[in-house]
Each structure stands twice: as C-alpha cells, then as structure tokens.
Ligand binder design. Sequence first.
Ligand code: HEC
Length: 184
Amino acid sequence: MRLFTIDRVKCAFHLDETIKDMRKKNLLLGFGLLFITTVAAVGCNGKSSVTTEETEKPADEPTELIANIDAANLLTTVCYACHNPKSGSHDEMLAPPLVGIKQQYLNATANRAGFVERMAAFVTNPSEDKALMKGPIRRFGLMPKPPVTDEQIKAIVTFIYDNELPTPAWFAEHEEQMHGKAKD
Ligand code: HEC
C-alpha cells in the first residue's frame, strides 16, 4: 500500500516533471520553428530573387519557342491539307510538295530575309504574278488565300526556311523524271 502511494507520488512527480519538461521543449520547439521559418523565409527570398534574375535574362526565348510550335502546327494543319508530304503518289497531290517549292525559293532568293519576304508575299495574297512557278497553277489551279494571319504566315515561312521538310517518297523519282524537261 505504501509502496503504491510512494509510487503514485513518484509517478505524479515524474508526470509533473515530464509536463514541465514538455513545456520547456515546446518553448524550445517554438523558438526552433520560429528560427527555421525565419531562415527559410530569408532563404526563399534570396532564392526567389535569383530565379527572377535567371528568368529575366533570356526573355524572348520562350516566346520564340511558342511561335515555333505554333508555326509547326499551322504548317501541318493548314498547309499540309493540300501540300501533304504523305500523299501516296504525285497524282494524289492537291498541291506541289513544299520541299520542292522551298528549293525553288532558295534558288531564287539570296538569304533568309529575302526567302521569307518572297514566300510570305505569295502566301499572304496568292497571284499568278507573284508565283515562282506557273506549271503548278496550270495543273492545280491558283492556291487560295489560306485562313491564317499575316503574322502567322511569316512564322510559318520562317519555319519552312529554318527546318528540313519531309520529302514525299515518290518525290526524288519524280524530280529525276522531270530533269531535262522544259522548266516552267
Ligand atoms: C487549299 C489548298 C492549299 C492550301 C491550304 C495551301 N496551299 Fe500552297 N499551294 C496550293 C496550290 C494548288 C499551289 C500550286 C498553284 C499555285 O502556285 O498557286 C500552291 C503553291 C504554293 C506555293 C508556291 C507558289 C509559287 O511561287 O509558285 C507556296 C510557297 C505555297 N503554296 C505555300 C503554302 C503555305 C505556306 C501554306 C500554308 C499556310 C499553303 N501553301 C496552303 C494549294 C494550297
């Protein structure tokens, strides 16, 4: 019985001590957390200002990338509706493949700016006058004005200049057959 009481007292004392201890710890923990938060906040501030600096430098790169993706999409959805490089044969084409047209424009112009200007001028407002080749007009009829803005046309045409275009499987053979025939 006694033992029990002593034990209880001991136990109560111990509990009391534990609670006190916990309070102390909590206080410490509180201060600790405060300290960590402060350090974290300062750390984050420092970090975020570095990130801002980093993203500010190459400001126009992502925009150019978006323009590129946009141009690639328009090329495949709008232009390839007729200039489809996947057409099975020359007879299935609704328009000449752009890879061949690109070569003609490369031959006819001196540089990237000249290429873009000349091709954009035709695409923006197709006319027999502006066309480099008259043969396709006779065969397919004049290309209609595509449903894109002038700015999008510039982006598409620049994309055509900057990137290798897919060549239809039959194209090389067709070029060979055409070789030597009167050019128009
Ligand atoms: C509705 C069908 C059609 C669409 C869509 C189309 N084209 Fe054409 N395109 C033609 C045809 C047909 C020709 C050949 C006749 C001609 O030159 O007008 C042609 C010819 C061209 C030529 C060569 C003109 C020359 O100088 O001889 C270029 C460049 C051209 N297309 C670019 C484009 C671009 C870029 C797009 C997408 C924005 C596009 N086309 C969308 C039908 C189309």
